[in-house]
Ligand binder design. Structure first.
Ligand code: DAH
Length: 353
């Protein structure tokens, strides 16, 4: 073999042995194997200047060096890759014995938790859960509950009206729709469905009011309605039911008091308070120094409402009540701003349950 070629080969192989990373390897490849200006290409250029008879032997020898260097390059490349992989696996970059990261779990919304607690208490007293629609007609939300159009009691509920006009259609002749302002319209729906059977249901649901949002009131919030209809149901049954609820929800020693009130759909109407769960009636910030917390608005179902539900008020009687759902949770956890409930801040929601 030509001496220059064998020197080149030895030099190249020695250089390759020193290349210990991908960068050095690439530099080596450019230096010896690159078509443009690589040492081997340069050595090939000598060919033209040789005597004709020497050319084939030189050419063949140069080609053999090229094949040998290419093979050595590939081998070195593989060896470096394998070494890098072994270093990564053995070097502790991945410790498979570490405990896994826990997946983020969802949880029940605080309102759902409150609702379920309330369901459980009323279920023990024989109340079934009944679902009624969020969008109601004016008749269900007001009219059949003894709140006729232009009745001043409508001012008790600031109302979101639902526009029904769709392209090419008029609203004339179709009933007025509202986002229900309270869960009471469900009373009419249950009565019409169950009449003349006796009824003992609770109706949970979201209510909507066109009101300013403050720490104490949201424009969307939950209510829970209660309704019992049958023969011989009396005001004392209502008071006993609410008292049982207060005691099971807030502690066995709770006292209940009843005040006269007014709702168009009940007669007589009452509001029920319990002694403050924080101060026991002495007066504190939570009960605004009255010693009492409101539990529910309630009353005996008005004869007109019974009649609208299909029941003969001379034969049947019933009681109804309406209570907040966020409020028990606010009392339990001392939350002083209802806006947290639906602000969707996980830092708040993640604290419960
Ligand atoms: N619907 C009433 C409101 O939203 C609450 C209420 C009061 C419901 C008395 C009742 C009731 O069933 O008897 O303010």
């Amino acid at each position: 073999m030509h001496e220059e070629l064998s020197t080149l080969k030895n030099q190249a192989l020695a250089g390759l042995a020193e290349a210990t990373d991908a960068g050095a390897l690439e530099a080596w490849r450019i230096k010896y194997l690159s078509r443009k200006g690589g040492a081997l290409s340069e050595a090939m250029k000598v060919l033209g200047g040789l005597p004709r008879e020497e050319r084939p032997a030189y050419g063949q020898a140069a080609n053999e060096v090229k094949i040998a260097l290419e093979a050595a390059f590939e081998e070195r490349q593989e060896a470096l890759k394998a070494a890098a992989l072994a270093a990564e696996l053995g070097g502790g970059a991945l410790d498979v014995t570490l405990p896994g990261r826990p997946p983020a779990l969802g949880r029940l919304h605080i309102t759902t938790q409150s609702l379920r607690q309330i369901y459980a208490i009323y279920a023990e007293m024989g109340f079934q859960v009944y679902d009624a629609p969020d969008v109601e007609t004016d008749d269900y939300n007001f009219g059949w509950l003894n709140i006729p159009p232009y009745h001043p009691a409508r001012d008790m509920w600031e109302t979101f009206w639902v526009t029904q006009a769709t392209a090419g259609a008029t609203t004339e002749g179709s009933p007025l729709l509202v986002m229900r302002t309270h869960t009471s319209p469900g009373q009419i729906r249950v009565m019409r469905e169950r009449c003349p059977e006796p009824i003992r249901v609770i109706l949970p649901g979201k209510c909507y009011r066109y009101e300013q949002v403050t720490a104490r009131s949201e424009h969307q919030f939950y209510q829970l309605e209660g309704l019992a209809v049958g023969r011989g149901i009396r005001l004392t049954d209502l008071i006993g039911t609410l008292q049982q609820f207060a005691r099971r929800m807030y502690g066995a020693r709770r006292r209940l008091r009843v005040r006269g009130s007014y709702f168009p759909f009940t007669e007589p109407s009452i509001e029920a308070d319990m002694d403050c769960i924080l101060c026991g009636g002495k007066g504190c910030g939570v009960c605004k120094h009255t010693g009492w917390l409101e539990v529910a608005g309630a009353g005996m179902v008005h004869p007109i409402v019974l009649h609208n539900g299909g029941y003969d008020p001379d034969v049947y009687s019933g009681f109804a009540f309406g209570m907040g759902v966020e409020r028990p949770a606010m009392l339990k956890y001392m939350i002083n701003d209802i806006r947290y409930f639906y602000g969707n801040d996980l830092r708040f929601l993640g604290q419960f349950g």
